[in-house]
Design a protein around this ligand. Structure first.
Ligand code: CA
Length: 650
C-alpha cells in the first residue's frame, strides 16, 4: 500500500472510531452570532445553542419514537447537508409586510441500530433557531408513520426565569371548554417552579436568562399533519421536554399521537434569542419556515370591527342592538361588525340576511359567531353542530356566502390532538373556498397560519378582554398583563384580544360592571401595541358622545396590519413601547403596566423631522391631544400610572 493511502485510511479509521463516542456538526447564523451544535454521544442525539459564545440552550435531547423506528437512542450521524437559504416573501395580514429570510441550514442524517433513517433539520437566522424532524420513505417504511412522542428538550441556564402559561386539564373550565390557552402568565418565576396544574406549559414560552438576554420558544407549521405540542415542567437540571396532548382532550376522541404518510415532517420548534427583547418582538420565525397552502387570487380583507357582545353581553345579540352597532361601525369607518353567539335564536337566519343587507348599505361587512361543536364540550351557545362535519359546514358556508357574510368567529375547540388540528385546517380550507375569513376563539395557538392560509385572520389563545368584563381582579392586573403579551403570545401570531375600551365601567348600564383601571391614552395605544389582523373594539355608541373626537379620528385611521414592526423599549409586566408602520405612516405606542407614573426617554429615528399627532395622558383617566414636529429622534414619554401614549403621522 502506498504510504499516502495508508495515512488517509488510518485517518478515516481514527475519525470513525472517535465518532462512536461523539460526533458533532455545527451551524452558524449568517452573521455568526448564533451557533448551534448537534452532537451524538453514546447513541443519544443532542443540540446546544450559543449566542456570542454564551450558552442559551445547554446540551438538550433530540429524537422521536415512531412506528418507522425508535429515534430516541442508538443513533449515529451518517451524513449532513448544508444549505444557504435566501427567500423573500410577502405577508398581507401580519405585523410585517415583506420578509427577507436568510438562514443557514444543516440537515443531519441519522440512523438507528435498525438502520432506519431520520433527518434533523436546523435553520439558523441572525435571531432564530428553528428545527424539525423528517422521516423519509424507505423500502422498509413506505406508507404511514405514527410518532408516539418527541424527546426534544430545551435546557435552560439554571438561573433563568419564566413568563409562561400553564397547560390546563382536559374538559376543565367553563362548560369543559379547556384547554384553550387562556391562562395567566407567570412573572419571572424560577425555571424549576411547578406548573399550576402539574401538566406543563403552553407555547410560546418566554425566558429571561439574567444578563445574557431573552429567549422565546414556540412551535409553528401545523396544518393537520401533526399534534400541537407543549412543554413539560422542567426537570431538576432545567430541561423542558416537548409533550403531546392529553388523552382527555377533544372529549377523549382520537389518539394523542401524530400519524401521517411518509415522508413525515414534524412541526418546527422555534427559538428566538438575543441580548434584548428586540428580536422577539420583530421575529418572523413562525412564518419563515412555512409555505402558503392554498392557491387563490382572492384577497381576504383585514380590518376593524364593532362588537356589541363585549360590553353589552348576550342580551345585545338582537336585531335592534346589532343595527345600532352596524351604525357604530359605519360612524367609526370600521370594515366589520362582529355579531356574537345566539344570533341564530335571537335574530334568526331570515332576519340575518336582512341585517347583512343593511350592513352592506352602510359599507360594513358582517362577521358571525359559531360554536365549533361537536361533542367536545358542553357550551350551550348556538349555532352549533354546523362547523364540525364537512357536510354541515359546507352547506352552512354556502348560505353564508349567498347572503354576503364576510367572515366567521368560531369558538370552543377541544385541545391540540391531531383530530382538532385537522378541524382547524378543514375549516380554513372550506372557508377560503366560500370567501370567508376566519377567527378562532377558545382555541389553540395559531402556528404559522398567517402565511399558510389566505383567509386566516386571528385567534384568541390568550386571556382576552372578556376577562376585563368578567372579573375585577383581571381588570386590576390588566395594565401589567398587557405589557407581557407583546413579548409572548402576540410575538408569534395575530392575537384577538379585543382591545380599546372607553367606558368607565364595562357594562351596558353606567353604574354597573367592572371598573376600568387604564387611562384613555393607554386604551388608544393598545390598538397599536396589540397586533390582530381583525381588531374587535370594545367601543360602545355612547363613547362617541362622551369622549373627545380626536380619539375617534385616530381610531378611524389606525391600521390593523403592518408593513414593519420595531421594538423600541419595554420589560414584560412593566411597560412596552412599539413602533409600527403601514405604507409611509408610523405609529408609536407606549403602555405603562405599573400603577405609578413613568418617564421614559426613547429613541424614535422613524419620526425625526416629522410632524406628529400625540395622544397622551391628561387629568385622571382623560387624555390630551397635541401636534408637534420632532426635531430630533429622542422623545420623552410621560406616562401616568396605568397610562399610555400614541404618536402618529397624520
Ligand atoms: Ca375565550
Amino acid at each position: 500500500m502506498h504510504i499516502k493511502y495508508f495515512l488517509i485510511s488510518f485517518l478515516f479509521f481514527s475519525i470513525f472510531t472517535y465518532s462512536l463516542h461523539a460526533q458533532t456538526i455545527s451551524v452558524e447564523s449568517p452573521d455568526k452570532n448564533i451557533k448551534v451544535e448537534i452532537s451524538v454521544v453514546k447513541g443519544n442525539a443532542y443540540y446546544q445553542v450559543y449566542q456570542q459564545k454564551e450558552e442559551f440552550i445547554g446540551q438538550s435531547p433530540l429524537g422521536v419514537l415512531s412506528s418507522a423506528g425508535d429515534f430516541t437512542k442508538g443513533l449515529k450521524i451518517v451524513g449532513s447537508k448544508k444549505n444557504k437559504i435566501q427567500e423573500s416573501y410577502q405577508l398581507n395580514r401580519s405585523k410585517v409586510g415583506k420578509v427577507n429570510y436568510k438562514a443557514n441550514e444543516v440537515n443531519c442524517i441519522l440512523t438507528n441500530t435498525g438502520n432506519d433513517t431520520i433527518n434533523v433539520i436546523f435553520r439558523v437566522t441572525n435571531t432564530d433557531v428553528t428545527f424539525s424532524y423528517l422521516i423519509p420513505k424507505s423500502k422498509k417504511n413506505n406508507e404511514n408513520c405514527t410518532i408516539e412522542k418527541e424527546i426534544t428538550g430545551f435546557k435552560l441556564p439554571s438561573k433563568s426565569t419564566t413568563f409562561i402559561t400553564p397547560q390546563a386539564p382536559p374538559l376543565s373550565g367553563w362548560e369543559k371548554t379547556k384547554p384553550s390557552y387562556e391562562e395567566e402568565y407567570t412573572r419571572e418565576e424560577p425555571i424549576g417552579t411547578k406548573s399550576q396544574y402539574g401538566l406543563g406549559f403552553t407555547f410560546p414560552a418566554l425566558f429571561h436568562l439574567e444578563n445574557k438576554g431573552w429567549m422565546l420558544i414556540s412551535e409553528t407549521g401545523i396544518n393537520g399533519n401533526y399534534v400541537g405540542t407543549r412543554l413539560s415542567d422542567a426537570s431538576t437540571d432545567g430541561i423542558y421536554t416537548v409533550t403531546f396532548p392529553q388523552e382527555g382532550e377533544n372529549n377523549h376522541d382520537g389518539p394523542i399521537t401524530a400519524t401521517s404518510s411518509l415522508p413525515m415532517q414534524t412541526s418546527w420548534k422555534t427559538i428566538t434569542l438575543g441580548k434584548t427583547l428586540k428580536p422577539i418582538v420583530e421575529s418572523t420565525a413562525s412564518t419563515d419556515v412555512v409555505k402558503p397552502l392554498i392557491k387563490t387570487s382572492k384577497i381576504f380583507d383585514a380590518g376593524r370591527a364593532s362588537w356589541s357582545w363585549i360590553v353589552w353581553q348576550d342580551e345585545s345579540c338582537n336585531y335592534n342592538d346589532q343595527k345600532t352597532f352596524i351604525d357604530l361601525a359605519s360612524d367609526m369607518k370600521c370594515e366589520f361588525i362582529l355579531i356574537d353567539a345566539l344570533w341564530d335564536v335571537n335574530i334568526g337566519k331570515e332576519k340575518m340576511a336582512e341585517l347583512v343587507n343593511y350592513a352592506k348599505s352602510k359599507n360594513v361587512g358582517v362577521l358571525l359567531w359559531y360554536n365549533s361543536n361537536g361533542n367536545w364540550n358542553t357550551a350551550p351557545q348556538t349555532p352549533k353542530n354546523r362547523m364540525n362535519t364537512s357536510e354541515a359546514r359546507r352547506s352552512e358556508m354556502k348560505w353564508l356566502q349567498e347572503i354576503g357574510v364576510k367572515g366567521l368567529k368560531i369558538d370552543f375547540f377541544g385541545g391540540d390532538k391531531q383530530a382538532t388540528m385537522k378541524l382547524y385546517h378543514n375549516i380554513l380550507v372550506d372557508a377560503a373556498e366560500f370567501g370567508l375569513n376566519i377567527n378562532f376563539h377558545g382555541a389553540t395557538l395559531p402556528r404559522g397560519w398567517e402565511r399558510m392560509y389566505p383567509n386566516y385572520m386571528t385567534s384568541e389563545a390568550v386571556l382576552a378582554s372578556e376577562n376585563l368584563v368578567f372579573q375585577q381582579a383581571f381588570s386590576d392586573k390588566y395594565p401589567s398583563t398587557a405589557t407581557i403579551y407583546p413579548f409572548t403570545r402576540n410575538a408569534v401570531a395575530s392575537m384577538d384580544f379585543g382591545p380599546v375600551f372607553l367606558n368607565k365601567r364595562l357594562h351596558r348600564e353606567s353604574n354597573k360592571g367592572t371598573i376600568r383601571k387604564t387611562t384613555d391614552a393607554f386604551e388608544m395605544a393598545t390598538a397599536v401595541v396589540f397586533f390582530s389582523a381583525v381588531q374587535h373594539w370594545g367601543l360602545t355608541p355612547e363613547n362617541l358622545k362622551e369622549k373627545p373626537s380626536y380619539l375617534f379620528d385616530y381610531l378611524k385611521a389606525v391600521p390593523t396590519v403592518w408593513d414593519e414592526t420595531v421594538f423600541i423599549d419595554g420589560y414584560p409586566g412593566k411597560y412596552c413601547v412599539i413602533a409600527r408602520r403601514k405604507n409611509t405612516k408610523w405609529y408609536v405606542a407606549a403602555i405603562n403596566g405599573e400603577d405609578k407614573p413613568k418617564n421614559i426617554s426613547v429613541n424614535l429615528p422613524m419620526l425625526k423631522g416629522k410632524n406628529v399627532s400625540v395622544i397622551n395622558d391628561g387629568e385622571g383617566q382623560e387624555s390630551k391631544f397635541s401636534t408637534k414636529k420632532l426635531d430630533n429622534a429622542s422623545f420623552n414619554l410621560e406616562l401616568s400610572a396605568n397610562g399610555g401614549t400614541v404618536l402618529f403621522m397624520p
